[in-house]
Design a protein around this ligand. Structure first.
Ligand code: WT7
Length: 670
């Protein structure tokens, strides 16, 4: 295997190496109704027809002005799509559907408490609420085109309402995952220079109505220390008119949205006609170094790409009820709960809470209640649902025609449970491989055209041309049986434009490695490096092995090792910290943390807990290590620690300054 070529302690090194699987074909019923059954789509989107092939996606949208240049490469590798085009994302997701579909449900909201009613928001109602809130943002919060605003909101309809209101004004939203800490929120406020924060007082999670307002206070305090003052905090109330959080409002800064909104009832805001390449939003993601990267996504290219993939890969029709169980705080939610589905006039489901609350049947009851027929989730959730209630799906009468898995590699065993038990042997599955940076899918099958293969994401999407390079820059051909760095040969409209405020880092991180000529303005010279390891089968299907860099994919979400290590160093007793990925049954990967203490401090259970709590406080619960190992000294080589954590051979350690410590640590880790 090719493991040797990867940096020490990478996910690719601990990937499960399962064998080739048989192809599985979708049912005739699925094919008969599918949006895309014409196999010539691959030919239409071949490299010879690049970039004009993407007109097919852009034509799914309504433009104020059509573009004159499909792809402008003059600022390579910052690509500009559909240049000259004018468009508004909010108009495309709402207004244009009103003529035919105003009474159709746009959003089904499912609160976590089982005794609370579902809410069904029609496109007309969405139009009214987005307009009123857009007026408030413009006239009260004084936000205008190009401003950035940070959102720190839970899974409630007010979140897409807020996003679409921003989009209506051309204001760039930056939603921070609700489960992230006030500290994480502050870092994103500072980096994006937001003077307005939009949040909610409380939300339900696993049966508890947690105080979320407190995070806003922490975030604003820390942001101010770091030089970014937030002058306005808009607080939605989970129960309008009722206090759900004990944290007091700060006079002059904090305002309840539902109180202010009364002044804007009936207000209408003309959508801004935005240039296609104007940024629509920022989405922060973890990288190899400490600071999260603000991935800047465009308006026209992004929306075209998510609309096209929602239609052809998610197979969304007007009569479908579509449920993506991701959180809108991640890219999956932006692209495939909000922008993609609403652009194609779907009914999209938003569920506030945990899929296994109060029991393992909850998700299937929701699907049954709402008539969900397209279901979208991550392997981590599938593993959890399978473990807790392997026989639950059979008890309910929902009927899925289509299911998605996304976020991390799925083991063929888990895939088969998803297919046979959740999908009842008839739902077509797509395994979509992509990233925060890429806006939409990179590899996936087109469900009625290309058959499924458990554990493989499938071929490149139409118009996406993956290529695998080895460390020396040679192409690894299909069927070679070797893994390498998977890259994309060409730009595509959904790709991010840059890292907010850091073009150099953008070029360095994603393009420098395999760039053929740094002066070139030709897209052919700039393969995009994904940071994943993959193997290509003889039939052109890609199997993704995981990250080759210092990023850990926990439950389908990226955490930077440096970020976790910095959080550990906040604890005064800690001198050094090193984090490594460990295989985990449900989460896919989990961080294991090794720390060495400053002289004079002694290890204890309390200290382990203090360190673990500090990480949850600094980043969020998702980053909590499986175990904190307090060690005497650090071999300071992630490869060695990862081998110990994963119970593998540590290899040659003779070059370490302190080789004896390795044996000590190994004994301790059992
Ligand atoms: C990383 C991106 C894409 C939205 C959710 C995560 C891994 C993603 C798959 C898949 C195997 C996958 C990759 C990628 N990944 N989808 N279908 N099979 N691995 O977005 O947080 O930006 O993470 O998730 O390692 O690079 P993200």
């Amino acid at each position: 295997m090719a493991e040797k070529q990867f940096a020490g302690g990478s996910e690719a090194e601990i990937a499960v190496h399962w064998g080739e699987e048989q192809l599985i074909h979708p049912t005739v019923e699925f094919i008969a109704q599918a949006n895309m059954t014409d196999a010539s789509i691959y030919k239409r989107f071949s490299l010879e027809n690049f970039p004009n092939c993407f007109k097919e996606y852009a034509d799914l949208l309504d433009w104020y002005e059509y573009w004159h240049t499909t792809l402008d490469t003059s600022d390579a590798p910052c690509w500009k799509w559909f240049v000259g085009g004018k468009i508004n994302a909010s108009y495309n997701c709402i207004d244009r559907h009103l003529a035919k579909n105003k009474n159709k449900t746009a959003i089904h909201f499912v609160p976590e408490p089982i005794d609370e009613r579902y809410e069904h928001i029609t496109y007309r109602e969405l139009y009214v609420r987005v307009n009123e809130f857009a007026a408030l943002l413009r006239d009260f919060a004084k936000l205008k085109k190009g401003d950035r605003v940070t959102l720190h909101m839970p899974m409630v309809p007010e979140l897409p309402i807020t996003m679409l209101a921003c989009a209506r004004l051309g204001v760039i939203h930056s939603q921070v995952f609700g489960g992230f800490s006030g500290r994480a929120c502050a870092d994103r406020i500072v980096d994006s220079q937001s003077r307005v924060l939009i949040t909610m007082d409380a939300y339900w999670r696993s049966g508890t109505l947690g105080d979320h307002k407190q995070n806003a206070d922490i975030a604003c305090g820390l942001a101010a220390t770091d030089g970014q003052k937030v002058d306005t905090v808009l607080v939605w109330q989970r129960y309008p008119g009722k206090a759900s959080s004990p944290t007091p409002m700060v006079k002059g800064r904090d305002h309840f949205v539902n109180e202010l909104l009364k002044d804007f009832y009936g207000a209408r805001v003309e959508p801004e006609k935005m240039p296609a390449e104007a940024p629509l939003f920022l989405m922060y993601t973890s990288g190899t170094t400490g600071k999260p990267k603000g991935c800047q996504h465009s308006t026209g290219g992004y929306l075209a790409y998510v609309a096209g993939t929602s239609k052809f890969v998610q197979d969304i029709h007007p009569e479908d009820v579509y449920w993506c169980m991701a959180d809108i705080g991640w890219i999956t939610g932006h692209s495939y709960i909000v922008y993609g589905p609403l652009a194609v006039c779907a009914s999209t489901v938003i569920y506030e809470g945990v899929p296994t609350f109060p029991d393992a049947g909850r998700a299937w009851r929701i699907a049954q209640d709402l008539g969900v027929n397209i279901f979208h989730t991550a392997p981590t959730a599938i593993r959890a649902l399978r473990k807790l209630g392997p026989d639950e799906p059979a008890k309910y009468t929902y009927n899925f025609k289509h299911m998605t898995t996304v976020g991390e590699p799925i083991e063929p065993e888990v895939w088969r449970w998803y297919y046979n038990v959740v999908g009842k042997g008839k739902a077509a599955i797509v395994d979509t491989w992509w990233q925060t940076e890429t806006g939409g899918f990179l590899c996936s099958t087109i469900p009625a055209i290309t058959p499924m293969k458990p554990g493989s994401a499938g071929p490149g999407m139409p118009g996406i041309h993956p290529i695998i390079y080895d460390e020396a820059g040679n192409v690894i051909p299909p069927g070679a049986g070797r893994a390498g760095n998977i890259c994309i040969q060409n730009p595509w409209p959904g790709g991010f434009q840059t890292i907010w405020g850091d073009r150099d880092r953008f070029v360095r991180t994603y393009y420098e490695r395999y760039c053929k000529n740094p002066k070139s303005k030709e897209w052919r010279d700039w393969p995009y490096m994904t940071g994943d390891a993959a193997v290509e089968a003889p039939d052109g299907y890609f199997r993704i092995l995981g990250r080759v860099d210092d990023v850990i994919n926990v439950s389908g979400h990226r955490l930077g090792t440096k970020e976790i290590e910095s959080a550990a160093l906040v604890v005064e007793e800690v001198a050094e910290a090193a984090v490594v990925p460990v295989a985990h049954e449900i989460k896919g990967r989990e961080p294991d943390l090794y720390v060495a203490l400053k002289p004079g401090f002694t290890p204890s259970r309390e200290l382990e807990k203090k360190i673990s709590d500090a990480i949850a406080r600094e980043i969020g619960k998702i980053a909590k290590p499986r175990k904190v190992w307090i060690v005497k000294d650090m071999p300071n080589m992630r490869r060695v620690l990862a081998a110990i954590s994963n119970k593998k051979d540590v290899g040659d350690v003779t070059t370490l300054a302190n080789p004896d410590i390795v044996e000590d640590i190994r004994k301790m880790a059992g």
